[in-house]
Ligand binder design. Structure first.
Ligand SMILES: CC(=O)CC(=O)SCCNC(=O)CCNC(=O)[C@H](O)C(C)(C)COP(=O)(O)OP(=O)(O)OC[C@H]1O[C@@H](n2cnc3c(N)ncnc32)[C@H](O)[C@@H]1OP(=O)(O)O
Ligand SMILES: NC(=O)C1=CN([C@@H]2O[C@H](COP(=O)(O)OP(=O)(O)OC[C@H]3O[C@@H](n4cnc5c(N)ncnc54)[C@H](OP(=O)(O)O)[C@@H]3O)[C@@H](O)[C@H]2O)C=CC1
Length: 295
């Protein structure tokens, strides 16, 4: 199994959709994955979902059955932060909120090996600022995976001002060892992919808000008219409307340009708890099969 220099055990903090996908890709490529979340039920649900994913991979012949079974065994639940002490690399994938991430870093640094690398999967936040809240800004880096992690080929690497060359080289070798293509972004709000993608989604929400078209017309338009695999509103629901809003806020505040103002309809949906697929409701209602547009 390919492994990046000096890394064999990887801890993933945050057992949501990204943390679960990251653990799956790690296990598939021979790494021991420890998955942690504040909510123990989330850890159990994540492990269960990953086991289901690998069983389907085995049943459909996408992975040899035995390899799929071994991958299941490589994902282990961590139910307290000291359980992460053996990690050579930590990938933080908790909610896109700077305060929450800072708190997690402060706590996890107390249990990590001094030479462990700390990475964040943040979609938008300053790597330099997050690094400054840790005891190891030189060994801190942004490793930004795309959703769904097992399918999407890209990883963006983002150095903070203090990230050292060895950390960057190890992170790059690690990302390539799990089959990802690496692009490098400078440490600016939302990096490259989300600087382009999320304002497009925000504009689609404005198009809905202003009554230019309904959900179906906007998504069909972009799928058939621009060959996007998902319409922008479907994609917003898929990413999570809370995450989309956080990214727009970081762009708006970080670049101080009114063109990044979050659409009031996006704000309202998040305030209502209509966060997209993960909440069963966003621009679509997922209690129906197939999901029905809500506007
Ligand atoms: C917010 C950020 O910080 C950055 C981001 O991630 S932005 C979001 C980036 N992601 C995108 O833009 C995704 C856009 N959507 C797509 O590419 C596609 O709709 C999709 C890949 C998600 C699904 O593709 P599809 O053709 O509609 O569906 P489907 O046929 O079911 O799936 C295609 C493959 O993906 C796999 N797949 C789909 N969802 C998956 C998931 N959650 N986990 C694992 N595999 C998944 C399927 O098993 C299938 O695999 P095979 O080809 O081996 O059979
Ligand atoms: N969604 C996407 O398409 C992408 C997201 N990202 C980034 O990945 C990160 C995670 O996103 P995503 O997986 O979608 O979000 P989710 O909401 O699916 O998952 C976040 C998880 O973190 C948990 N959590 C919150 N606070 C803590 C804490 N203090 N300690 C441990 N766990 C905690 C949450 O629990 P609870 O729900 O109980 O609060 C939840 O289980 C974000 O930074 C996001 O920007 C990056 C690329 C793509």
């Amino acid at each position: 199994m390919p492994k990046a220099n000096k890394i064999s055990t990887v801890a993933v903090i945050g057992a949501g959709q990204m943390g679960t996908g990251i653990a799956e890709v790690l296990a598939k490529h021979g790494y021991e994955a420890l998955i942690y979340d504040l909510d123990k039920n989330r850890v159990r649900a994540s492990i269960e979902a990953s086991a289901g994913y690998f069983r389907r991979q085995g049943e459909t012949g996408k992975m040899p059955g035995e390899a799929a079974e071994q991958a299941i065994l490589r994902i282990k639940g961590a139910f307290s932060l000291p359980d992460l002490a053996s990690a050579d690399l930590v990938v933080e994938a908790v909610s896109e909120n700077e305060g929450i991430k800072r708190k997690v870093f402060a706590e996890v640094c107390t249990v990590l090996k001094p030479d462990a690398i700390l990475a964040t999967n943040t979609s938008s936040l300053s790597i330099t600022r997050l690094a400054a809240s840790t005891d190891r800004p030189n060994r801190f880096i942004g490793i930004h995976f795309m959703n769904p992690v097992p399918v999407m080929k890209l990883v963006e690497l983002v150095r903070g001002i203090g990230t050292d060359q060895e950390t960057f080289a190890t992170a790059k070798a690690f990302a390539e060892s799990i089959g990802k293509t690496v692009t490098v972004s400078e440490d600016f709000p939302a990096f490259i992919v989300n600087r382009v993608l999320i304002p497009m989604i925000n504009e689609a929400i404005y198009t809905l808000y202003e009554g230019v078209g309904n959900v179906e017309a906007i998504d069909t338009g972009m799928k058939l008219g621009a060959n996007h695999p998902m319409g922008p509103l479907e994609l917003a629901d898929f990413i999570g409307l809370d995450t989309c809003l956080s990214i727009m806020q970081v762009l708006h505040e970080g670049l101080a340009d009114s063109k990044y103002r979050p659409c009031p309809l996006l704000v309202k949906y998040v305030e209502a708890g209509w966060l997209g697929r993960k909440a069963q409701r966003g621009f679509y209602d997922y209690s129906y099969v197939p999901a029905r547009p809500t506007r």
